[in-house]
Design a protein around this ligand. Structure first.
Ligand code: F6R
Length: 364
């Protein structure tokens, strides 16, 4: 108990923030709503060189630069007049050819998988819009001036902290092309406005000045501390949020974590709980719930959790807002904050990603 209260003290009295978070990962988290607003405006103001309707819309990007593509595909695939392909590989599918528009997303512009996939798409005749701060991706685009455009995103962020800059311009451009309904930008503007308003409110509620007793993200960090985090999404959309939670726990909190989504997990992972998993740290299960769940899905989740047992260390996080965009970004936002607070409890620098840097350096 003494340990718990001293940890609670740590999150409530962050006097030594410069030691816990020397590169200020919490700053961009707090300012995320403004980042999203700025990114949306930048996408709305970007002049497309061609308004030809593509037959396929694809996004390629890795890690923090890949999440925006997953979000776009899951959010709008059912509503977009053309298929949306989210790609995270050295290659692109055969459908990304002459009639395709590819968003090539790499914050640094130097990620080799994204460069290779983009080059392949360009050679196959695709149109490409790069979202990047520059790097080799901008140079690659300059070699194909008739079919490429570069939307330069602001520098100075960790890629994973620039999610707004890497997602909202794609949404605005997809809407500008009329792929999300004839209304263009107006077709999604209401969802964006609702989302930004909600994120602004959440930024205040989850802020580091708000004590544990009233701060859901700090409570979640305590809940996860010392455990093996497992994050389940209650729908496909929440599955993308669960993936983002996992990767933020990996990169910010420096912990191994896992994620899965309903209903697929009921066909495999549900059995994995059976053996008690000797040798693994105590699991801490977070289930991301949303209004988008059907009655049947809610029933399925209840039965699953009953089978897993009442004594399981678990918590539910309820997505907020009315639109799917608000719902998914609210679930993502709580996880982003929680992963930074968990880094403080783990006493690791949430910005430092030395293993990733080492790997990239070794690959040259
Ligand atoms: C780092 C991060 C990583 C990078 C990934 C790809 O903050 O989130 O997952 O996003 O290594 O690098 P970029 O984004 O530069 O293409």
């Amino acid at each position: 108990m003494a340990r718990l209260s001293s940890r609670a003290d740590l999150l409530d009295r962050l006097t030594n923030l410069s030691a816990l978070d020397p590169d200020d990962m919490i700053g961009p988290a707090i300012a995320f709503p403004e980042q999203c607003q700025q990114a949306w405006e930048s996408g709305c103001g970007f002049r497309l060189a061609s308004r030809t309707t593509p037959k396929v819309l694809a996004v390629t990007g890795m890690g923090g630069s890949g999440v925006g593509g997953l979000l776009l595909a899951k959010l709008y695939d059912g509503r977009c007049s053309v298929p949306i392909v989210a790609n995270r590989d050295y290659t692109v599918p055969a459908s990304v050819g002459r009639d395709a528009l590819l968003f090539a997303v790499s914050y640094s512009g130097d990620t080799e998988e994204t460069l290779a996939a983009t080059k392949q798409a360009l050679d196959a005749g695709a149109r490409v819009i790069c979202l990047t701060t520059g790097g080799k991706l901008a140079k690659l685009a300059a070699r194909y001036p008739r079919r490429t455009q570069v939307l330069t995103v602001p520098a100075g962020f960790s890629p994973r902290a620039a999610l707004g800059h890497l997602f909202f311009p794609m949404l605005a451009l997809t809407a500008q092309l009329g792929l999300l309904g004839r209304g263009g930008i107006a077709a999604v503007e209401r969802e964006v406005t609702e989302t930004l308003r909600l994120l602004r409110r959440m930024s205040q509620e989850l802020h580091l000045d708000v004590p544990v007793a009233r701060n859901e993200a700090k409570q979640l960090a305590h809940f996860l501390h010392g455990c093996f985090p497992i994050v389940y999404g209650g729908t496909g959309l929440m599955g993308v949020a669960a993936y983002r939670w996992r990767t933020q726990l990996n990169e910010n909190s420096n912990t191994i974590a896992s994620h899965h989504e309903f209903s697929e997990l009921d066909h495999n992972e549900i059995q994995g709980w059976r053996g008690g998993n000797p040798g693994l740290p105590r699991p801490a299960l977070i289930v991301l719930r949303s209004k988008g769940e059907s009655k049947r899905m809610a029933e399925r989740i209840k039965i699953t959790l009953d089978i897993l047992g009442r004594r399981l260390h678990r918590r539910e996080v309820e997505a907020r807002g009315a639109s799917p965009l608000a719902q998914v970004l609210s679930a993502v936002y709580v996880g982003d904050f929680a992963s930074i607070y968990l880094a403080y409890l783990n006493r690791v620098d949430p910005t430092e990603i030395d293993n990733i840097r080492q790997l990239k350096k070794a690959l040259g």
